[in-house]
Ligand binder design. Structure first.
Ligand SMILES: [Zn+2]
Length: 134
């Protein structure tokens, strides 16, 4: 299958150099580190170096590893971060995901269309309500 391009909303750098999304994660305590995520929506494999441990339930702050722009606080929601996805047809989507480690909530958004992924997606459904508006 072809892989989607994922971009930083600020500097539009490619965040998937090879197979994994590379993000800068700042945990509640201690130093920041690199967090690798699957670019496949709904697949939740998170990888870090063994010296950089993140625990389930931790709320991290996500930053672009290139320009260091904060990617969190999507629509003023403290637990949601955003990157941009460009598909094969050049269509752009917002990919919004939870910054809580172990919480599997991802949303693919274009205009009023919200497609959700992950078994915890319901947690934020009320955030958009019945008729999402942007
Ligand atoms: Zn950036």
């Amino acid at each position: 299958m072809k892989e989607n391009n994922l971009l930083c909303p600020k500097c539009r750098s490619q965040l998937v150099p090879n197979k994994k999304i590379v993000l800068l994660a700042k945990p509640p305590e201690g130093p920041s580190g690199l967090l690798l995520l699957s670019p496949i929506l709904g697949e939740y494999s998170a990888t870090t170096h063994s010296a950089f441990k993140l625990n389930d339930g931790d709320k991290v702050d996500i930053f672009c590893p290139v320009c260091h722009a904060p990617l969190g606080d999507y629509m003023d929601h403290k637990n949601l971060a955003r990157v941009i996805m460009v598909d094969d047809n050049g269509e752009e989507y917002d990919i919004v995901f939870s910054e809580i480690i172990g919480q599997h909530s991802t949303y693919k958004i274009q205009g009023d269309d919200v497609e959700s992924f992950g078994e915890d997606a319901d947690i934020y459904t009320n955030f958009w309500g019945e008729t999402p508006k942007y």
